[in-house]
Each structure stands twice: as structure tokens, then as C-alpha cells.
Design a protein around this ligand. Structure first.
Ligand SMILES: [Zn+2]
Length: 122
């Protein structure tokens, strides 16, 4: 598994899986420059698949990309199901927050949107 900041990399995978597959060869991440603008959410590296209960731990740069932009990915990989599944099936550890912004409270969703606006306008 490797990382790229190139959205046109031919080895990127897309979407969710309905049967087990290996991890993608390459995952898209934000650049160091973009990550340095500041995180919208805490840096968290582990998440639990609510469907099977398994905890997966991911690469630090992918974790940082989630923290910088929680809308960046639409799905994530479960290391037990061996599938990319939609974010609403996963919760972050240790706090149990949904990985899908659509599942957050309106208050939290709006807080993060406002924070993003402030960081973008710097
Ligand atoms: Zn699973």
C-alpha cells in the first residue's frame, strides 16, 4: 500500500465493496502543505466497524487527511471484512464518533463547517 496526492493516479480505488478484496495499491491523501493548514477534527488512527466489531488502525497520513478534511473520503477499509465500506458503518476510537459527518449532530456538523470556513479564509 502506498500514498499519493495525485487524484489521477491509475492505481487508486473507488467506492465501496460488496465482496472481500485486498486493500487498494494506492490511497489518495492531502499534501503536506494542505495538512499544515490545520485540523478540523482530532487526529485519530483507529476505528471500529460497527457491523463486525473489528478495530482497524490506519496510516498516519491518511489519519491526518481525515483530521484535516472529514469529507475527503466516502468509505474506509475494514481489515476483517476485507472490504471498503461506507463511513456511516464505522466509529472512531476512542470516542465512538461516527466517521461520517452526516451522522454528527447538527451542532457538531455546523461547528466543523464554520471552523473550515475560518481556516480557508486565512
Ligand atoms: Zn468489518
Amino acid at each position: 500500500m502506498s500514498l499519493t496526492t495525485n487524484r489521477n493516479d491509475p492505481n487508486l480505488g473507488y467506492g465501496v465493496d460488496d465482496k472481500p478484496i485486498p486493500q487498494n495499491k494506492v490511497y489518495l491523501v492531502l499534501s503536506e502543505e494542505e495538512l499544515a493548514k490545520g485540523y478540523l477534527k482530532p487526529f485519530r488512527t483507529s476505528y471500529k466497524h460497527s457491523t463486525c466489531g473489528t478495530v482497524t488502525t490506519m496510516n498516519d497520513t491518511i489519519s491526518a487527511t481525515y483530521a484535516r478534511d472529514p469529507w475527503f473520503y466516502g468509505s474506509t477499509y475494514c481489515c476483517d471484512c476485507n472490504m471498503h465500506r461506507p463511513l456511516h458503518e464505522f466509529v472512531w476510537l476512542p470516542d465512538g464518533e461516527s466517521m461520517s459527518p452526516n451522522e454528527w449532530s447538527d451542532e457538531e456538523y455546523n461547528r466543523v463547517v464554520e471552523l473550515r470556513k475560518r481556516l480557508e479564509s486565512k
